[in-house]
Design a protein around this ligand. Structure first.
Ligand code: PFF
Length: 449
């Protein structure tokens, strides 16, 4: 394949996939609900013990298979090739995530534009504005969602180098700069020291077994695992890239951006005595949107910068959810990238509209399953069921099915013999599968701890 990433392009593209709305709202929300910094330490620990292990496993499949997910599994399975190739279809989970994620991107676009001109002045008004966007008329939500979705597909249609890499190479640094500016600005508030204390000084009494599993789920989602994204990007990894240091850089960037996002969000939450333990959309679209208004004119600039940062974070993640399927259609079905994009766009567009209509008052019933809006059904099915199962399949494949010699030849030069043994025998074969099974069972309500 000649359309490959450059080394830095690869790191930024994978970091771009990892850093997304998960960092911007799942991370602060869970940190808020689990008592702050002790949860972050737990998240670090699980990131290194489980998600990072799986992350490297996905890179192995992509790098050695050098093809789309379906074909990579087929090539690397020593026996039962056709059966294993089906594991590549976990790429569809990425499309399902994309379908509701791009709807949220539409909301963010709307907030980016309107926050420059007007912000809600109290909580009730802020709540009403957000609920009007969801429930009153679907037109604005559909228009904004369509713009965001077309943008993502346009980027993916340009290919790895001139689409995905080019976008990430400017958008990731831009996101970082915007975020640094916001962190520096938030330092001028009293809420900043409370926020820093909340995020950085551990209070272990706030942790319980639920937090452990919640931290693991988060570590999984924020690293984009189990949906073949990382393996697809790794199929375009340049020769002689140090897999270990690149992966460490990516995980470091991901964690650092989560913390910076958290610092900004909680500074304003504490500054204006709002509740740190509320959930994602409430935290960002209702509380923050209103809190910025208390800062007068600068609040508009800040709100605009904040929502723009979210758009950048979200776009770089969203394109990574659709690339595996587009790449599969191009490679295995020999159709043009543009056609592949059109097919995948049509599929996700229909699902995205169904997500919007599931919240809209007049159509809510028709687009709900057992009383749950379609949006929430997709969110639940992907993050609680499909991602963990996909992750488990990948762990089993790399740890027990792929030839160990091939995995060793790829990783030992970077990890050393001892490092490889720990990664392979302890973490990949024992710790990760057990941890993933535990999250899945708990999320499904089968395990009650
Ligand atoms: N890591 C992304 C986030 O934290 O928002 C979410 C994500 C991206 C999930 C790509 C799955 C994926 F394939």
């Amino acid at each position: 394949m000649n359309d490959k990433f450059s080394k830095i392009g690869f790191i930024l593209a994978v970091a771009g996939s990892a850093v997304g709305l998960g960092n911007a709202w799942k991370f602060p929300t869970l940190v808020g609900q689990n008592g702050g910094s002790a949860f972050i330490l737990l998240y670090f620990l699980l990131t290194f013990l489980v998600s990072f292990v799986l992350f490297i496993g996905e890179i192995c499949i992509g790098r050695i298979g050098e093809s789309d997910p379906v074909d990579s599994f087929r090539r690397l399975a020593p026996t039962h090739k056709e059966a294993w190739s089906k594991a590549g279809f976990f790429m569809i989970s990425g499309l399902l995530i994309y379908s509701f994620y791009s709807v949220v991107m539409g909301w963010i676009l709307k907030y980016t534009i309107t926050s420059a001109f007007s912000l809600p002045s109290d909580m009730a008004q802020s709540g009403e504005i957000f609920s009007a966007l969801l429930k009153d008329s679907p037109v604005v939500a559909i228009a904004c969602f369509s713009v965001m979705s077309l943008t993502c597909f346009y980027i993916v249609s340009r290919g790895i180098k001139s689409g995905i890499e080019r976008l990430n190479v400017w958008m990731m640094p831009a996101l970082f700069i915007l975020l640094v500016l916001m962190v520096v600005y938030s330092m001028s508030f009293d809420g900043f020291s409370k926020s820093a204390k909340f995020l950085l000084v551990p209070d272990f009494s706030a942790l319980n077994s639920k937090s452990v599993l919640e931290a693991l789920g988060l570590a999984f989602f924020t690293l984009s695992l189990g949906v073949t994204t990382i393996m697809t990007y790794a199929a375009s990894l340049p020769e002689r890239t140090n897999i270990l240091t690149s992966s460490l850089n990516i995980v470091f960037i991901n964690v650092m951006i989560g913390i910076m996002m958290g610092l900004v969000v909680f500074t304003f939450i504490f500054e204006f005595n709002a509740d740190p333990a509320q959930s994602g959309p409430g935290l960002i679209f209702v509380s923050l949107a209103m809190l910025f208004s208390k800062l007068g004119a600068i609040g508009h600039v800040l709100a605009f910068a904040f929502f723009l940062t979210l758009i950048f974070a979200a776009i770089t993640s969203a394109i990574s959810m659709i690339e595996p399927s587009v790449y599969y259609l191009v490679k295995s079905h020999k159709i043009s990238r543009l056609r592949a994009c059109a097919i995948v766009f049509a599929f996700t567009y229909v699902l995205g509209i169904a997500c919007i209509l599931g919240y809209y008052g007049a159509t809510a019933d028709s687009f709900s399953i057992l009383g749950t809006p379609f949006f929430d059904v997709l969110d639940y099915a992907t993050s609680k069921i499909l991602m963990p199962i996909g992750g488990l399949v990948i762990v089993v494949f790399v740890g027990f099915v792929m030839r160990k010699e091939a995995v060793h030849a790829l990783l030992a030069p970077y990890m050393g013999e001892l490092g490889f043994k720990i990664w392979y025998f302890v973490l990949l074969r024992c710790v990760s599968p057990v941890a993933i099974i535990l999250i899945a069972l708990r999320e499904l309500g089968i395990l009650r701890i």
